[in-house]
Design a protein around this ligand. Sequence first.
Ligand SMILES: CC(C)(COP(=O)(O)OP(=O)(O)OC[C@H]1O[C@@H](n2cnc3c(N)ncnc32)[C@H](O)[C@@H]1OP(=O)(O)O)[C@@H](O)C(=O)NCCC(=O)NCCS
Length: 169
Amino acid sequence: MEPHKLSEISENEISELSSGLIATVANGASIGFLSGFTLSEAESYWHSVCSNLSDNLHLWVVKTEGKIVGTIQFERPTKKNGSVRGEIQKLFVDPAFRGRGIASKLVKLAEEYAFSIGISTLVLDTESGSNAEKLYTKLDWVKVGVIPGYALSPSGELKGTTYFYKQRP
Ligand SMILES: CC(C)(COP(=O)(O)OP(=O)(O)OC[C@H]1O[C@@H](n2cnc3c(N)ncnc32)[C@H](O)[C@@H]1OP(=O)(O)O)[C@@H](O)C(=O)NCCC(=O)NCCS
């Protein structure tokens, strides 16, 4: 169950990532989408990720028995003065495979990659009080603070968001 980087996404992988994303949102995770998110919206999202994979957008997945069970992305801003930073985003693990260190491996790999290509500061945000917040704290990300009422949960409730950063060792 080692993560690997994808430079393109096959139709089969689009389909697995789409069902994983829908299940994650249906489970209440705040990952940019609201409940009721359809398969075709999820597929369009992954097709757009696929067409944007480049020096600025990187994607890793973990597979078990050939099926994707976890994923993460690292994105660099296009602003010229932002070339030293990047954002970790869209991390999720199939509920049946949680608690086995898969997210930790994905985050560490994305960090290592980003730092290896010259990024000096990584940022991310996550729902305050979520398991993801505990994960980033455990992985030594520095908590900047909370913005209350920053985003809607999938069911439409206003939730706070915690911002974190990590710098190249
Ligand atoms: C958050 C998430 C990615 C964690 O995935 P995972 O593979 O289970 O995480 P790991 O097994 O690597 O856990 C590492 C640490 O995270 C924290 N953590 C993860 N799940 C937790 C839980 N259910 N309860 C408490 N702490 C938890 C713990 O500190 C854990 O370390 P420990 O096992 O030594 O206690 C997963 O629950 C998920 O996909 N959630 C929905 C999507 C989401 O919130 N994504 C984040 C977007 S920013």
